[in-house]
Design a protein around this ligand. Structure first.
Ligand code: GRF
Length: 201
């Protein structure tokens, strides 16, 4: 059984897609051992509790400095002996020590077709605003391994989504989630759990 930890900051619809995929058998051989958020108000924590999965909040604000927070985050992750760490809308920079220790064991979902609309400053609605401003006809989502850069690690899965006439950033964001993010993030976890995507170095 692949031991998975999910890091979240917000609503947790991607987390929910993971839970649903485990329940329906779309993800085989993986279990979510813990959900960790930097934000105590994240609805994702409530989703975890409803599934009786351990849910923890670790806020940078409750530590004297970033170094102390980074260390606590790494210690918490280590304590669950995870095989895979999934960033599902986690808006905190992953500490360098954690990237080193979990090289090619941390995956992220980004709501565009990398290398378009990614990197510093491209998160949440901003990604979709930029796609609409550029006038692209196709956008999508990407699952990638996390390295030291921003959205720069090896790409694992991508799925294209059509941009439609009259789309607002909110409408496009929703379509990208429904048609791409909630599909390829569970799929990547299933493929990893079943040896179709190799983990680690
Ligand atoms: C998603 O758009 C994801 O691509 C991005 O953050 C958002 C998280 O949404 N990284 P949710 O919390 O899973 O609903």
């Amino acid at each position: 059984m692949l031991r998975v930890g999910v890091l979240v900051s917000g609503g947790g619809t991607n987390l929910q897609a993971i839970f649903d995929a485990i329940d329906s058998g779309k993800i085989r051989g993986a279990k979510v051992e813990v959900v960790i958020s930097n934000n105590s108000g994240a609805f994702a924590l409530e989703r975890a509790r409803q599934k009786r999965v351990e849910a923890h909040c670790l806020s940078p604000k409750s530590f004297p400095d970033r170094e102390a927070f980074n260390q606590a985050l790494l210690e918490m992750v280590d304590s669950f002996q995870l095989d895979l760490i999934v960033l599902a809308g986690f808006l905190v920079t992953i500490p360098a020590a954690m990237i080193r220790k979990y090289r090619n064991r941390i995956i992220n979902i980004h709501p565009s077709l990398i290398p378009s609309f990614c990197g510093v400053g491209y998160y949440g609605l901003k990604v979709h605003e930029a796609a609409l401003a550029r006038g692209v006809k196709i956008t999508g989502a990407t699952v990638h391994f996390v390295d030291e850069g921003v959205d720069s690690g090896p790409i694992l899965l991508q799925k294209a989504v059509e941009v439609k006439e009259g789309d607002t950033p909110q409408v496009l964001q929703r379509r990208v989630m429904e048609e791409a993010e909630w599909v390829i993030l569970p799929k990547a976890i299933d493929m990893i759990a079943n040896g179709e995507i190799p983990l680690g170095m």
